[in-house]
Design a protein around this ligand. Structure first.
Ligand SMILES: Nc1ncnc2c1ncn2[C@@H]1O[C@H](COP(=O)(O)OP(=O)(O)OP(=O)(O)O)[C@@H](O)[C@H]1O
Ligand SMILES: [Mg+2]
Length: 588
């Protein structure tokens, strides 16, 4: 089994807590099957030594024994069913927990490779397949072969000349299962893959449903979904079509071989080498064997389909986060941070070394307490650059240091506690406003939450909501405006008073007057904090100690507003285009 279904075998033993239960269940399997197998022998005795010989006490004893064996076999089967369900659910629960944790450990680069829809399928449908496979395996993987083998041995010891019929049936059925299993594995893999595609579109469309409506893209999206849905339907049908052969084939084999047994057994009875009771018992054994093959015909496709799912889960379990901490590192004391950020010839490509570089050969230094602004056209690499400071990705070339230490030597959790970022897309979480602002530090005092919110110009709109800081925030912050969400994100980033603050276009939806109040407040409340500010709007960068002008991933100019205005034609062009109506003398 291990070699045939390697990933599934791995998933089935992954949940260590199940071992004791599995051992107990297999004991029950053997006991249940044994009692079941003892019934036909009683039939043989009942007919040959009881009914035919007219011996009432044998009839009574055998009937009672049959009843007892049937009850015991049923009880063990019931207990087994319970254990199977328990282990199946336990395995699914364990996998959900582990894989969820694994996904949480992924860095941005890993997440780029696994769309949300695909992760959802893996955490739901794929794990469900494993659940089913685990419980079926517990119930039938030993039960069916055990029943078949023991029935064969019983038949062989009492009538060797009949056994060839059974062996033939088993060989034919085995070969059929082998071929069908191989076909099914590929088909189930394709089905789960197409299910990913359906879910990815669903996830994208539902989260972007407002944009779809705004751009009247419903027809286009409907068509896109219809095509993928159709493909999934076809992919789901093909394994069903393949498995549909199994049952009729089993019935055909059953009918033919039953006729053979009765015919051949009949000859033996006429020849006087076999009793009538024996032939009836054999027919019973025969039905046991076929019954087990029949059950396997349902169960094996399920188990095989789980191999495809197990393979997909194994990929997640085996994924190593692209950004990792060094082994055995000591977390440096927070008091050590003063916030000097230096980029030394940093290049980065999303595709890894040798790929197209999103930023190239970037060098600059930010002294503690300084504000460095990054200005540049869309796609020029501003977000990429600041993401590297938080180690969302590791640099491809060069190095970034904070207070002289290469950030790859700083544990990520600690690094992210000193470098706080308001991402370009403000995402809030369901909960209260207070919880959202104190997101990274659950026990943050209320005054600190409030102070951050005042600096981020969020207090003004929070205090007019009746429940204030306890107001409900909808999922992804859907009940706040773009500018409000941005201000809450800024409050969330500054609340823990970080050594380094990154604002990625965080005031783009805020009016210029509010923006300059936020900047002034930040300079007041976190004066020692180094600020890295990304902007497309020149008003955002006017006050910066240093403005770095980026284009196509490279630094084209560096300096403060006055130097750049005097020196850089590109900066002047941006300035004229954005602030053309404002007199230069009015600007500091
Ligand atoms: N996750 C990603 N995977 C692959 N390429 C990416 C990824 N994110 C950004 N890029 C590419 O890297 C380049 C720089 O993108 P980046 O987001 O840094 O630009 P930006 O300057 O922040 O733009 P904007 O002002 O629009 O936010 C772009 O060409 C973009 O296509
Ligand atoms: Mg950006």
């Amino acid at each position: 089994m291990t070699a045939i279904l390697p990933n599934l075998s791995r998933m089935l033993v992954i949940y260590k807590g199940a071992w004791g239960w599995i051992a107990l269940s297999q004991l029950f399997v053997v006991l249940g099957a044994t009692f079941m197998l003892m019934i036909p022998a009683q039939i043989s005795t009942l007919i040959d030594q009881g009914v035919i010989s007219g011996n009432i006490s044998v009839v009574v004893d055998s009937s009672l024994a049959m009843l007892l064996f049937a009850i015991l076999a049923g009880a063990f089967s019931l207990a087994n069913l319970y254990i199977a369900a328990r282990v199946g659910e336990g395995t699914a629960h364990y996998l959900r927990k582990e894989i969820y944790r694994k996904i949480q450990s992924f860095s941005f680069g890993n997440l780029d490779r696994h769309p949300v829809g695909e992760l959802l399928v893996r955490l739901t449908s794929d794990i469900y397949q494993i659940n089913m496979a685990a419980s079926y395996s517990i119930r039938f993987i030993l039960y069916a072969p055990f029943m078949i083998l023991v029935a064969l041995v019983i038949i062989y010891t009492s009538s060797p000349s009949l056994v060839w019929i059974f062996v033939m049936v088993i060989l034919i059925t085995g070969a059929m299962f082998g071929i069908i299993s191989m076909l099914l594995q590929g088909q189930y893999r394709a089905r789960q893959h197409d299910l990913d595609a359906v879910n990815n579109v669903l996830q994208e469309d539902f989260s972007g449903v407002r944009v779809i409506k705004a751009f009247v893209r419903q027809d286009y999206e409907n068509n896109r979904f219809r095509t993928l849905n159709e493909k999934f339907r076809a992919a789901s049908l093909s394994p069903l079509r393949t498995s549909a052969f199994i049952l009729p084939a089993i019935f055909l084999i059953l009918g033919c071989s039953n006729a053979l047994v009765i015919w051949y057994g009949g000859l033996l009875v006429i020849a006087g080498t076999m009793g009538v009771g024996q032939i009836i018992a054999f027919t019973q054994y025969f039905f046991f064997i076929l019954g087990q093959l029949w059950i396997l015909s349902f169960v094996l496709p399920q188990i095989i389909s789980a191999e495809a799912s197990a393979g997909r889960l194994a990929v997640l379990i085996d994924t190593r986060p692209l950004v990792t901490d060094l082994d055995g590192e000591e977390t440096p004391a927070p008091s050590g941070v003063v916030g000097r950020v230096v980029f030394e010839n940093v290049s980065f490509s999303y595709e890894g070394p040798g790929g197209k570089e999103a930023i190239k050969n970037i060098s600059f230094s930010a002294e503690p307490g300084q504000t460095i602004a990054f200005l540049g056209p869309t796609g020029s690499g501003k977000s990429t650059l600041v993401h590297l400071v938080s180690r969302f990705y590791d640099v491809t070339e060069g190095r970034i240091t904070i207070d002289g230490t290469d950030i790859r030597e700083i544990p990520q959790d600690y690094l992210r506690s000193i470098v706080r970022i308001a991402l370009q897309e403000s995402v809030l979480f369901s909960g209260t406003i207070r919880e959202n602002i104190a997101f990274g530090q659950r026990d943050m005092p209320d005054e600190q939450v409030m102070a951050a919110s005042v600096s981020a110009e969020a207090d003004a709109f929070i205090s007019v909501i009746p429940s204030g800081y306890d107001s409900h925030v909808a999922r992804r912050g859907a009940n706040f405006s773009g500018g409000q969400k941005q201000r809450l994100s800024i409050a969330r980033a500054i609340a823990p008073k970080p050594g380094i603050l990154i604002l990625d276009d965080s005031t783009s939806a805020v009016d210029v007057a509010t923006e300059s109040r936020i900047q002034a407040a930040l300079a007041d409340v976190i004066p020692g904090t180094t600020q890295l500010i990304v902007a497309q709007r020149i008003s955002t960068v006017l006050m910066a100690d240093q403005i770095i002008l980026l284009d196509k991933g490279e630094i084209v100019e560096k300096g403060n507003h006055q130097n750049l205005l005097a020196r850089s034609p590109l900066y002047r062009e941006i300035f004229e285009s954005q602030l053309g109506g404002i007199r230069r003398e009015d600007i500091p």
